[in-house]
Design a protein around this ligand. Structure first.
Ligand code: PAF
Length: 282
């Protein structure tokens, strides 16, 4: 597995593969890898000949400086996981490589109204930061396909909107959520959960599963109210939102007959903010 820290070294390596007509996939990450990330690498192998994983903790997408500071960075562990996964190359640039000091810092693109809903309402500017770095990574790798986890459902939608905005010839593949045996969606943030938080965190997947299991039996309002009631009286858990939304617009669903429906949740468990979702119908 090759490791690159500069765009020029990476693009030098990729040129010969591109000239041979090989397909290239990128798996963008912020490190602190878990089996969810590895599932992206494995799925990428079905779409491309060469897999590049990027590891970069992107400062422009953090709205809370403390969150950025405490973001885990277990680089040796990440590299060992990537090596074992069959990943071909890792791109792990320093901040200056992605945000040169002399660069015009302005970045703002129209991501549609969905930018401001759900996570966008709680983390102002977050998706501008995410799409900014993903565009930079796409420019550096010029991939044919890019893999993203469904756990960040809104992020995938925003990245698809960015790709449409720039008319980039890149297929965006959404990979299913990988869960722990008891249902908790895998996330780099889970390592911050105390034993009690870890137990409490199951409320997210349980409340989503309730909606999936009971979708045919109740109205949208009843389903949401019942799901939200899971969060009452759990010490140390604070619900930010639980919604059944249209998967294209992220607006609250108006009818159970809509084509693309997804239940999404965000909650603070102890001091860790977790998100999760389950697709009801695509
Ligand atoms: O999902 C993530 O880890 C990040 O938001 C991403 C897509 C790597 C951009 O920094």
């Amino acid at each position: 597995m090759e490791i690159f820290t500069t765009k020029s070294a990476l693009s030098g390596y990729l040129t010969s593969f591109k000239n041979e007509g090989k397909k290239i996939a990128i798996v963008p990450t912020m490190g602190a890898l878990h089996n969810g990330h590895i599932s992206l690498i494995k799925l990428a192998q079905e779409y491309a000949d060469l897999i590049i994983c990027s590891i970069f903790v992107n400062p422009t997408q953090f709205t809370d400086p403390k969150d950025l500071e405490k973001y885990p960075r277990p680089i040796e562990h990440d590299l060992a996981m990537l090596q074992a996964s069959g990943c071909n190359g890792v791109f792990m640039p320093e901040i200056d490589e992605m945000y040169p000091k002399n660069e015009d810092k302005k970045w703002h693109i129209d991501l549609g109204n969905a930018e401001f809903l759900l996570e966008g309402a709680f983390r102002k500017g977050h998706y501008q930061g995410v799409t900014q770095i993903v565009k930079k990574l796409f420019d550096a790798v010029k991939p044919d396909v890019a893999m993203f986890g469904q756990k960040d459902f809104q992020q995938v939608l925003m990245i698809k909107n960015m790709v449409a905005h720039f008319k980039l010839p890149i297929s965006i593949i959404t990979c299913p959520i990988i869960r722990e045996e008891d249902g908790l969606a895998m996330s780099s943030r889970n390592i911050h959960l105390s034993a009690t938080d870890r137990e409490n965190s199951l409320v997210l997947s349980k409340s989503l599963q309730y909606v999936i299991d009971n979708f045919d039996n109740f109205s949208l309002e009843e389903l949401e109210n019942k799901a939200k009631s899971y969060y009452l009286n759990i010490d140390g858990v604070e619900l930010d939102y639980f919604t059944i939304a249209n998967g294209d617009t992220l607006e609250a669903a108006k009818s159970k007959d809509e084509n693309n429906l997804v239940a999404l949740v965000a909650a603070k468990v102890g001091s860790t903010r977790l998100i999760d979702n389950m697709i009801i119908r695509q």
